[in-house]
Design a protein around this ligand. Structure first.
Ligand SMILES: [Zn+2]
Length: 240
């Protein structure tokens, strides 16, 4: 599987300028002796701000540690198309914000694991009554995924978009978002994801996202406070 991982990492580096000079650790579940240290059996992939540090001894034992960087663990028993979809999904998260590689010295193993677990909970959606199903999969992430999907396709690796953006987030279909983003992936195909984050998306794309959020409100007459808070925060980003 090492060859597959290396090929994917090379492809990612070639289409994501933000990761061109940074270590990117792509670890397959089958290579981890104790997978449950990092990822629940029901979870297909995970990334996390300190996942590289959690994987450090594993990577060092294989001579692969190159310093702080981005990291993804993915199940590799899901088939090639699904695997690529999982990786693009996680990359969408990694590119949600600029990479923070600072590590407080006091940060404990447990704190790192809790941070990773928070990311894992996205998949389980363990608190459906507290947060909308789309939580952590907001417009920035959707946009990243559609750009990544287009860049992989242009590089000769076609990945079905629904494998990157699954349909269980209670929002419009990935193809609707794809349509509303229009030709932006082509226009910005050489730009970094930092530049994309700093560029306003097409109005149609933002409008679709806001309509989806409002629909979330309407579906829940007694919206929990945390739920309402994340909806308002998202609406404020795109209706200002
Ligand atoms: Zn996710």
């Amino acid at each position: 599987m090492q060859t597959t991982a290396a090929k994917l990492v090379n492809l990612i580096r070639s289409v994501v300028p933000d990761l061109a000079d940074l270590p990117l650790y792509l670890v397959f579940a089958s290579d981890l002796a104790v997978l449950s240290d990092y990822i629940d059996p029901s979870c297909d992939a995970v990334c996390g701000r300190h996942l590289d540090l959690e994987l450090r001894s594993h990577l060092e034992s294989r001579g692969q540690w190159q310093g702080r960087g981005a990291a993804i663990i993915a199940r590799d028993d899901v088939g090639n198309g699904a695997l690529a979809g999982l990786i693009l999904h996680e990359l969408g998260h990694i590119l949600d914000a600029s990479l923070d590689l600072s590590e407080p010295e006091s940060f404990s193993h447990i704190e790192r694991l809790l941070e990773i677990s928070a990311a894992v909970r996205e998949f389980w959606n363990q608190s459906p009554t507290d947060l909308p199903a789309w939580f952590a999969h907001e417009a920035v992430w959707l946009r990243n995924c559609i750009h990544l999907h287009a860049r992989f396709e242009a590089a000769g690796m076609s990945v079905p978009l629904p494998l990157v953006i699954p349909g269980h987030y209670g929002i419009s279909s990935c193809w609707k978002y794809h349509a509303e983003l229009g030709d932006e992936p082509k226009r910005l195909e050489r730009e970094s994801f930092a530049t994309i984050r700093n560029t306003k998306p097409p109005r149609e794309f933002s409008d679709l996202w806001c309509r989806d959020i409002r629909a979330t409100f309407l579906l829940h007459s007694e919206c929990p406070p945390r739920w309402a808070q994340v909806c308002i925060s998202e609406l404020e980003k795109y209706t200002a």
